[in-house]
Write a protein that binds this ligand. Structure first.
Ligand SMILES: Nc1ncnc2c1ncn2[C@@H]1O[C@H](COP(=O)(O)OP(=O)(O)O)[C@@H](O)[C@H]1O
Ligand SMILES: [Mg+2]
Length: 238
C-alpha cells in the first residue's frame, strides 16, 4: 500500500523546549495507525505538525509523496487531512446542522454537502434527530461525535483524532470506536489515532508507535504490541 502520510526525522520546538526530536512515522493508505505515549510525550505536537499548526524545525512531512511542510493549515485541510484536536469544543450556540456546515466550509459543492450531512446522520444516529438542537446542550459523548462528523464533512483522506476517548465513559468510548471502525471499513478512511487509552487503540489499529520524550521509542504491529510483555509493563500499565 502507498504511504498516505510520512514524517521523516521531524523535530519541533516551543521556544527552547524541543517537543519532537527526529520523529519518523508513516500511515499507509487505508490503514489505522495508533500514536501512543504518556502525557507530554509529544503526541498532540505530532498531529499539529502534520496539520501545519506547529512548524517543523527539521525534517519533512509528505502527503502522497509530496512535501506539505510549508503549506498553511487551510491548504493542508484542502489537500485531504482533517484533525479533531484534543479537547476541542463544538460551537455551542450553533445548531448541530450549522456545526456540520462549518466542517464543509472549504467546499462549494452544495448538493454534495447536503448529501454528506445525510450520510453523517447514518453514521452517527444520535445526531440525526438533533440537527436543530444547539450543540452546547448535548452530552460530552454526543459533542465528541459531532466533532468527528464535522471533521469528516471536509471529506478527508486522512482523519486524525486526538484523544477521542478523553473524559468519556467506557460505554461511550466503545460506541465512538465502533463508529470509527465502521467508517474505516465502509469509507476506506485512513486514520491516525492519538490515545492514552492504549488498550482500545491497539485493539482497533493495524500498527502503532509509542512516543517517549519526543522520540519514537517502540513501533510495531498493534496485535504484536498488545501481547508484548515488556510493552505492556512499560507503557500499558497492565
Ligand atoms: N503551546 C506550548 N507551549 C510550550 N510547550 C508546549 C506547548 N504545547 C506542548 N508543549 C510541551 O511539549 C511537550 C509535548 O506536548 P504534547 O505534544 O502536548 O504532548 P502529549 O499530547 O503527548 O501529551 C510537553 O513537554 C509539553 O509541555
Ligand atoms: Mg495531547
Amino acid at each position: 500500500m502507498a504511504d498516505l502520510i510520512e514524517l521523516v526525522e521531524v523535530s519541533a520546538s516551543y521556544g527552547r523546549i524541543e517537543a519532537l526530536s527526529g520523529v519518523s512515522l508513516k500511515v499507509s493508505e487505508g490503514k489505522v495507525v495508533a500514536l501512543l505515549g504518556a502525557n507530554g510525550a509529544g503526541k498532540s505536537t505530532t498531529l499539529n505538525v502534520i496539520s501545519g499548526i506547529v512548524p517543523a524545525t527539521k525534517g519533512d512531512i509528505r502527503f502522497r509523496g509530496k512535501s506539505i511542510r510549508r503549506l498553511g493549515s487551510d491548504k493542508i485541510v484542502g489537500a485531504g487531512i482533517s484533525q479533531v484536536p484534543e479537547g476541542r469544543e463544538v460551537f455551542r450556540d450553533m445548531s448541530v446542522h450549522e456545526n456540520l456546515l462549518i466542517g464543509a466550509q472549504l467546499r462549494n459543492d452544495r448538493a454534495g454537502i447536503e448529501r454528506d450531512i445525510e450520510i453523517m446522520a447514518g453514521h452517527f444516529p444520535v445526531l440525526s434527530k438533533r440537527f436543530k438542537q444547539m450543540a452546547g446542550t448535548m452530552s460530552g459523548g454526543e459533542q465528541q461525535m459531532l466533532l468527528i462528523a464535522r471533521a469528516l464533512m471536509a471529506r478527508p483522506k486522512l482523519l486524525m483524532l486526538d484523544e477521542p476517548s478523553l473524559g468519556l465513559s467506557p460505554l461511550l468510548v466503545q460506541q465512538i470506536f465502533d463508529i470509527i471502525v465502521k467508517l474505516h471499513r465502509e469509507e476506506k478512511l485512513t486514520l491516525l489515532i492519538v490515545e492514552q487509552n492504549a488498550a482500545v487503540a491497539l485493539a482497533v489499529s493495524d500498527y502503532a508507535y509509542i512516543l517517549e520524550n519526543g522520540e519514537i521509542a517502540v513501533e510495531g504491529r498493534s496485535a504484536d504490541l498488545a501481547h508484548d510483555d515488556s510493552v505492556r509493563n512499560a507503557y500499558l500499565g497492565t
